[in-house]
Design a protein around this ligand. Sequence first.
Ligand code: PAF
Length: 269
Amino acid sequence: MKIVTSSTELADGCAFVPTMGALHAGHVSLFELARKKSDFVVASIFVNPLQFEDQEELTKYPRTPERDIELAESSGVTHLWLPTYEEIYPAGFPKRSAGKLGEIFEGASRAGHFDGVVTVVARLFELVRPKISIFGEKDFQQLSLIRNLVTDLNLDIEIAAAPTIREADGLAMSSRNVRLDQNSRDQALVLYRALSAAAIAPDLMSAQSALQEVAKSQTGFTLDYAEIVDEKDFSKATYETQNKRAIIAGWLNGVRLIDNMEMKLGATR
Ligand code: PAF
């Protein structure tokens, strides 16, 4: 694996996995999928200041450079790109807007977050010029916004979605999990329990009730939202909605956690 600091050292047409580091098994699955798609896998590590609402969150974001290099190397990454701030954001670089979808759910609780995400991803795509880029379903709203971005900019980049990787007990892997103490780690299972309860419900209405009921039942968990939405535009799902997804977010001891799950409740239920 080659470690590069300038995008000029990368050739076009790779499979690209953008990350903010603090790599874990979830990222490994993205790298492995990228490797199946191409012999030339670029991963970037750039903690993007634009997508953090405040300085404190940015400072608290975990940074594990040595482990990241090891994990990337052992998971099929051929080029690890560690860009400088100046390369990503040259003076006067314009900020993009994520539009309406960027303002609801995650976007409503984290003002400007998705504007920062689409801005950096557009710039990374411009510099890397990949043929395919892989994103995790864990951040489902982000994935939808990236798909919209590629359509809006008319980019010839395939966006591949990788399923959420979970711990043995169901907790979705996230770089933020390291900030949970043991008690919060146990309580964090509420997200998976709520989604799973919704997934086995017989119809949409009972799925919505189950999701809310479990989400509100956990001491210590401050629920932000728990909703079943249309995957297309994140509007509230109805019985007619083809592709339904339950989404949930909240805080445990100051740590924000999100998760989601496909709802196969059937088109007419
Ligand atoms: O999902 C992430 O890690 C980040 O939002 C991304 C896509 C690398 C942009 O900074």
